[in-house]
Design a binder for this molecule. Structure first.
Ligand SMILES: *[C@@H]1O[C@H](CO)[C@@H](O)[C@H](O)[C@H]1NC(C)=O
Length: 224
């Protein structure tokens, strides 16, 4: 009797160990596979400012790529130069913004705002100090919305964003907006572009995030 009980105990223990071992192996494999996928895709997508189509006279070419999940950083290209990227070490999780002079194309400022655990007041103050005659280029990374408040949404909307009111947790967001100064400024009639890919669990390419977004095109220079 006793040896049988003992034997049963040993078998149960062994089976549990084997099951646990297999389960943990499988789980780490899955994580590794996912991680590999991110890395491969980030390498495949070369960061480049080359524009496929050249822009007409009096226009600046640009390309904005959002981050991919919480792994691959965003990039912002303007007029043939990379203004923000992981390589330049000036991007962060949340909302990344580059401001350029709409007349000269000169870079004025870059900054990023942590929208998960940062202070939204920093973003609000930044948006409030944008000078007329500026173009704003924006790329999200990871989560652009958790700390977003009505004041910040209102300021983005004044810069030409129409979908800002639909921006939610972990949505991807790329946007080119402008602060107009004259009635007939070319930025007034929606020379801003905006696209949001919803964070939809069923359609997401990565487990918790939608895939990276990219917009590019030609934005008219401001003429005095
Ligand atoms: C852009 O550059 C022009 C020419 O240097 C200057 O007059 C203007 O104030 C600048 N605008 C901004 C928003 O920096």
């Amino acid at each position: 009797m006793r040896p049988i009980v003992l034997l049963r105990g040993v078998v149960v223990l062994l089976v549990s160990f084997v099951a646990f071992y297999i389960a943990s192996k499988l789980m780490t494999r899955e994580v590794e596979v996912n991680h590999k996928k991110y890395i491969q895709e980030s390498k495949a997508k070369k960061i480049s400012c080359d524009m496929e189509t050249s822009c007409p006279e009096g226009h600046f070419p640009f390309k904005i790529t959002s981050g991919a999940a919480n792994v691959v950083g965003p990039s912002i290209c303007f007029n043939g130069k990379i203004l923000m990227s992981t390589i330049q070490n000036n991007v962060g999780k949340g909302i990344n913004i580059a401001l350029v002079n709409a007349t000269t194309g000169e870079l004025l400022k870059t900054d990023y705002f942590d929208m998960w655990s940062g202070k939204v007041e920093l973003l609000v103050n930044f948006l409030k100090t944008i000078k007329p005659g500026s173009i704003l280029l924006l790329a999200s990374f990871d989560d652009p919305a958790t700390k977003m408040n009505d004041e910040a949404r209102g300021l983005f909307s004044q810069l030409g964003s129409s979908l800002i009111f639909n921006l939610h947790f972990r949505d991807n967001w790329v946007f080119l907006g402008a602060k107009p100064i004259k009635e007939n400024s070319p930025f007034e009639q929606g020379s801003s572009l905006l696209q949001i890919l919803k964070n939809d669990k069923k359609k997401n390419k990565y487990d918790g995030w939608p895939e990276a977004l990219e917009i590019g095109g030609c934005v008219p220079k401001k003429k005095d």
